[in-house]
Design a protein around this ligand. Structure first.
Ligand code: PLP
Length: 426
């Protein structure tokens, strides 16, 4: 009721062109231009594809495009074993299989992530165990991860959400202490660095996505890589029907799908790889700037990044402190959109464990064989990660891209400040 009165007064007295009145109430917009966008490929990709068409084969193994992709990947990520594959989901499935996750083995991971993080765990008959998150960095909370470790824990699958590095020193320490595998889901974290070192080089296995929406992409694709002599040689086999391409033998010793990349994808991806540094550094700078500009704004909890880390901001996600605001998130976002800032309420609809597939344990035609066999007593209907739920209930996401400039970020911060101060609780 008070809100309605204030808005009416504000709208009438402030007039349509008052810079301080909200655009949603007839004031002028904080952002006066459209969000900058661009095309992610140019002549470099075109020429690479032309040269590829002269090849006799478009098969990945020993294909020049896939070799170039691997070589360029290695310039950023010096890992001895690299398997380019068909998607980020495939990369993670390969990693889970190569880590030796057996039926009933547990893999601790984040409840705020893409489905691709958990698909491979389930197909290998493993059990995703969701640990809670840090409230302002949105990544695995190492304290809760340690609480979730059991004798069945085989791996920690750390998701660097939005390109913000997980606490890799503490997660690495836990993995060593409990002798479990650390897998990094770097799908959203191309170019990100933890304490000055590339994410993907801390874990036993690193997984990347090249889907059309990631920092770099080739339509669909992925990369899985490792420095471990025990795990590394398995990556190629688990992505290619358990055929050993290096030895030239087809005598499968275990079950593995076909997750191969192809030369056209590798050609695009190899060129995209040359853009990683510029893209991630541009995004890191813009995101960091937005966080600086939002610090101290009442009602706003900015996307937090550790000082010594490089977050490559696949998107920007801040939270509302609803107790300091006299509006709900829907109203806040509508006001922000009216200011010209593209943004949405929340991120994924719900924590992954709340999806119907988990609530119904509907993994294999309505059944979950490992549970029927007594290999797990997991019941996703009882899982709760309170901080993850709070994050999803209070967050607002807005894009960050390499085509933006500081003026855009100034406008974005101005829009957020304007809406936050209008709705400030006092
Ligand atoms: C995109 C994404 C994946 C899956 O990658 P695809 O290439 O789409 O299969 C996995 N994990 C995270 C965190 C992602 O963002």
């Amino acid at each position: 009721m008070t809100n309605v009165l204030i808005e009416q007064n504000f709208g009438n007295e402030a007039g349509a062109n008052n810079a301080h009145s909200l655009a949603i109430l007839g004031g002028s917009r904080a952002l006066k231009r459209d969000i900058p966008v661009g095309i992610r490929w140019d002549n470099a990709e075109r020429e690479q594809l032309y040269s590829m068409v002269n090849q006799r084969s478009l098969f990945y193994w020993n294909g020049p495009q896939s070799q170039l992709l691997t070589q360029r990947f290695n310039e950023h990520y010096p890992l001895n074993y690299v398997m380019p594959c068909s998607s980020g989901t495939a990369a993670i499935h390969i990693a889970i299989a190569a880590a030796g996750v057996a039926p009933g083995d547990e893999v601790i991971t984040s409840p705020i992530t893409d489905m691709g993080t958990v698909i491979g765990i389930l197909y290998q008959q493993g059990v995703p165990v969701f640990a809670d998150l840090e409230p302002n960095r949105y990544n695995l909370d190492p304290v809760d991860v340690e609480k979730k470790i059991t004798p069945r824990t085989k791996a920690i699958l750390a998701v660097h959400l939005a390109g913000n590095p997980c606490d890799l020193s503490r997660l690495r320490h836990l993995a060593n202490k409990y002798k479990i595998t650390l897998i990094e889901d770097c799908a959203q974290a191309w170019g990100a660095e933890f304490a000055g070192q590339a994410v993907g080089t801390f874990g036993d296995i690193a997984c990347f996505s090249l889907n059309d929406f990631k920092h770099i992409g080739c339509g669909d694709g992925g990369i899985v890589a490792s420095n471990s002599d025990a795990i590394g040689p398995l990556l190629q086999k688990y992505g290619d029907k358990a055929y050993d391409r290096a030895a030239g033998t087809k005598m499968p010793e275990f079950l593995a799908p076909n997750y191969r990349i192809s030369e056209p994808q590798s050609a695009i991806a190899a060129v995209q790889m040359t853009r990683v540094k510029a893209i991630s550094e541009a995004r890191a700078k813009l995101g960091r700037l937005l966080t600086t500009k939002l610090s101290g704004v009442s009602g706003i909890l900015p996307h937090q990044v550790n000082k010594e880390d490089l977050c490559s901001f696949w998107f920007y996600m801040f939270r509302l402190d609803l107790e300091a605001l006299k509006c709900d998130r829907k109203k806040f976002v509508e006001a922000l959109q009216a200011e010209g800032l593209p943004c949405t309420e929340g991120y994924i609809v719900a924590p992954v464990y709340k999806y119907p597939v988990f609530q119904d344990h509907n993994f294999f035609a309505g059944q979950w064989p490992i549970k029927a066999l007594g290999l797990t007593c997991m019941d996703y209907r009882t899982v709760c990660c309170p901080t993850a739920e709070l994050i999803l209930e209070t967050c607002v996401t807005t894009p960050i891209s390499q085509w933006m400039d500081e003026a855009w970020i100034d406008g974005a911060a101005e829009a957020i400040r304007k809406v936050a101060s209008f709705y400030a609780a006092q």
